[in-house]
Design a protein around this ligand. Structure first.
Ligand SMILES: [Zn+2]
Length: 86
């Protein structure tokens, strides 16, 4: 059985989806039983899943993403620089 520290360290250093099935099983078991870190580390796994999904579909969504032309980008940069300077 993992300790809370081991679970947090594992999720910090590794992607949950890349772990071995046995390691994922014991990690999930800990998260189900643990009232200390269970909720937080479940959210860490969910955020890793979201990032993985985003990376997988990034190219597909590129066409639908709004684009700025060069003059709009420059205007936005100036606006941000102006706001930051204040
Ligand atoms: Zn725990």
């Amino acid at each position: 059985m993992f300790t809370c520290k081991q679970v947090s360290k594992a999720l910090h250093e590794e992607d949950y989806s890349q772990m071995s099935p046995l390691r994922r099983f014991f990690l999930r078991l800990h998260l189900r039983l643990c009232v200390v870190c269970g909720k937080y580390n479940k959210q860490v796994i969910e955020s890793q899943d979201m990032c993985t999904c985003y990376k997988q579909h990034e190219a597909e969504n590129e066409a639908d993403r709004p684009k700025l032309d060069l003059s709009q980008k420059e205007a936005l940069k100036e606006l941000l620089a102006d706001k930051i300077a204040k």
